[in-house]
Write a protein that binds this ligand. Structure first.
Ligand code: NAD
Length: 340
């Protein structure tokens, strides 16, 4: 029997989730919900589903096995809370876009609700779902890297959105911090510096948004990481670089999925895993496809909530680190992270 899926929020990313679900042979897309009914109707028509403007009605009639919450809001996260809580209370496996919320209090409540009800709760931390990140995880597991010592992640793009001071941090860096946690584990301390790029037509001559970030992270395993983030870069040429060095070797993932390279410590022979021309990822959105395929597979297999990859708890942990980074800058200090 196929998994009956609904998507809430029929914007740009909701459409990408729908396309990804359509590619899963064991999924039936049965419902699309958007508070903007014409939008819901148009998307539902494309995917052969029923359109809803009321989530309550959708949950009451569509008999869903899983949903994606692809709403947005302030800092791309303030609209997720209500629909996520409704779906979790209805016992439906829920995949939420990042950030879980722009409010850490709401994000904590979502994860607590999922845990209390034993419902699968995932976060669309799609950057870890590339073949190159998979291979890097193999290198971590097979001893090629050894004990992790250092990590460097850069995630930068060009985004002029200046809606709030912490838009860049909260909307973008769940992804980069998730990569750091994936390879280095729990974060325990954070120290951050930020600046705002010049902007000619603003009152103080600078962007509202803290558009550049340099963040140091101490992990529970003793390794030390650095994150460079920016909304003032040219993302068409460079987007993301992930590097982890350990006692036995080092890997670098260039441009998210372009190439992963293993540099052994005691040999000069490299292992290179490129994105394959015909069988590889065609665009960055394919990382969302791979993330959703894994989500569908885990829901169908009945994976325990704690075993969901890129879980809601992971989505919360990266937000805890982001809030600690903000507190570090505002308090001019190193900040301990609870549950990072
Ligand atoms: N994972 C990624 O790589 C990635 C990339 C970009 C954006 N995103 C995330 O995707 C999310 C959506 O982004 P977007 O650009 O598609 O936003 P969008 O504004 O285009 O779409 C959001 C839609 O949700 C609808 N909506 C809001 N509240 C609703 C509610 N309570 N019930 C039903 N519908 C509701 C809106 O009407 C709108 O159509 C954001 O959280 C963003 O951070 C993720």
């Amino acid at each position: 029997m196929s998994l009956r899926v609904g998507v809430i929020g029929a914007g740009h990313i909701g459409n990408i989730h729908l396309q990804a679900y359509r590619e899963c042979s064991d999924v039936e897309i049965v419902a699309v919900c958007d508070q903007d009914m014409p939008k819901a109707t148009s998307r539902a028509g494309t995917f052969g589903a029923t359109a809803y403007s009321s989530l309550e009605e959708m949950l009451g009639s569509a008999d869903l096995g899983a949903v994606s919450v692809c709403t947005a809001g302030v800092e791309n996260g303030s609209h997720h809370f209500e629909p996520v809580m409704q779906c979790l209370r209805a016992g439906v496996s829920t995949l939420c876009e990042k950030p879980l919320s722009n409010s850490i209090v709401e994000a904590r409540a979502m994860v607590a609700e999922a845990q209390a009800r034993g419902v699968a709760f995932g976060c669309d931390l799609n950057h870890r779902f590339s073949p190159q990140a998979d291979r890097a995880q193999d290198w971590m597991a097979d001893g090629s890297i050894g004990t992790p010592l250092l990590s460097n992640v850069t995630l930068w793009l060009g985004n002029p959105n200046d809606a709030t001071p912490w838009f860049h941090l909260r909307a973008l860096h769940p992804h980069s911090l998730d990569l750091m946690r994936l390879f280095c584990g729990r974060a325990v301390k954070v120290q951050a510096f930020f600046n705002r790029a010049p902007k000619a037509d603003s009152p103080d001559g600078k962007r509202v948004c803290w558009s550049n970030a340099q963040i140091n992270v101490l992990f529970e395993n003793g390794s030390i990481g650095h994150l460079t983030g920016s909304y003032d870069a040219n993302s068409l040429l460079n987007l993301e670089r992930t590097e982890v060095m350990g006692t036995e070797g080092r890997f670098v993932i260039d441009n998210a999925y372009e190439r992963a390279t293993l540099y052994p410590r005691i040999s000069n022979e490299l292992t290179v895993v490129p994105n394959l021309l015909f069988a590889g990822l065609k665009t960055f959105d394919d990382t969302i496809n791979r993330r959703i395929k894994r989500w569908v597979q885990q829901v169908i297999e009945g994976a325990a909530p704690n075993d969901i990859e890129a879980s809601g708890a992971d989505g919360l942990a990266v937000q805890e680190i982001i809030e600690a980074a903000i507190a570090s800058w505002e308090g001019d200090c190193v900040v301990a992270v609870q549950n990072g």
